[in-house]
Write a new protein. Structure first.
Length: 285
């Protein structure tokens, strides 16, 4: 379950699968399902058994409109889960915007920091990540959940996300984060309500700058919008799983280093099929 520590454009057998573990009462798809340590630990172990390379543990919802939680509450939610999963040999990332939580999770055994703000929300994050010498997911981010939909304003979404991510890379490396430690995430659904997401998926090479890419499309509302039947409301998050699997099957051969998903088994199957297809195309006729 170890995460590759290669640097830019690393060679790997397949796209990695990150299993989402929200230890929260209010996440958009599974809020409240794993809101106790015991339930979260059981689900985290299940995700690993199903094939997750990394289990991504978060204690604060970042869904549209979500209110922030107190830092101490976030730590209390995630720490026993991180400790139990890492003790069982599971590779864990911590999904947080707070340097305090990141450090506590690393001390408990986590190996990756996944920050949806890319280090913008907490001025101490870059320094802490540099000191810890761990991999860091820098996501494209413009505002907190309560305001992010208003920031879905782009003239050229690919170029603007490219430039804003490049600025984060420069700031993080200037703070001492090794470039090879960085993983970029286009922030699907964050300041991107529906149509703004698709060009970022279609043109990963245009904004990734050669860094590893994490795609987090799982069950998000832009998928609900595209699969909605005419005259009907968009399906709720659990009914967007087939659409999520389709994104995984396309993102894997397009160069995604990892996908972050709720349904690990479906993602693993999609990647296996995409890989078999690619190998057949590359092989002899």
């Amino acid at each position: 379950m170890a995460v590759s520590e290669t640097t830019r454009a690393p060679a790997q057998a397949r796209c990695q699968v990150w299993g989402i573990l929200n230890v929260t009462p209010d996440s958009f798809s599974d809020g409240g399902l794993f809101n106790t340590a015991d339930a979260a630990i059981t689900h985290g172990l299940r995700l690993a058994e199903q094939g997750a390379d990394v289990v991504d543990v978060g204690g604060e919802s970042t869904r549209p409109g979500a209110e922030p939680v107190e830092p101490g509450v976030e730590v209390e939610r995630v720490l026993p889960v991180v400790e139990a999963l890492t003790a069982a040999g599971v590779t864990v990332s911590i999904d947080t915007m707070r340097a305090r939580t990141a450090r506590a999770a690393m001390d408990a055994g986590a190996r990756i920091v996944n920050d949806v703000s890319g280090g913008l929300a907490d001025p101490d994050m870059a320094r802490i990540v540099a000191e810890l010498e761990v991999d860091f997911v820098a996501m494209h981010w413009r505002a907190h959940s309560t305001h992010m939909d208003k920031r879905d304003r782009y003239t050229d979404v690919v170029a603007e996300v490219r430039d804003e991510l490049a600025a984060r890379v420069e700031a993080l490396t200037s703070a001492g984060v090794a470039p090879e430690r960085l993983i970029l995430d286009p922030g699907l659904g964050f300041a991107k309500v529906t149509d703004s997401n698709w060009p970022l998926l279609a043109h990963m090479d245009a904004w990734s700058g050669g860094h590893r890419v994490l795609i987090g499309a799982s069950r998000k509302r832009f998928l609900g919008a595209v699969i909605a039947r005419e005259g009907e409301e968009a399906p709720p998050p659990p009914e967007r799983e087939h659409a999520t699997t389709a994104v995984t099957a396309l993102a894997s051969p397009a160069g995604a280093w990892a996908v972050r998903v709720h349904d690990v088994r479906a993602a693993c199957d999609a990647i296996a099929v995409a890989s078999a297809w690619q190998n057949a195309v590359a092989g002899p006729r």
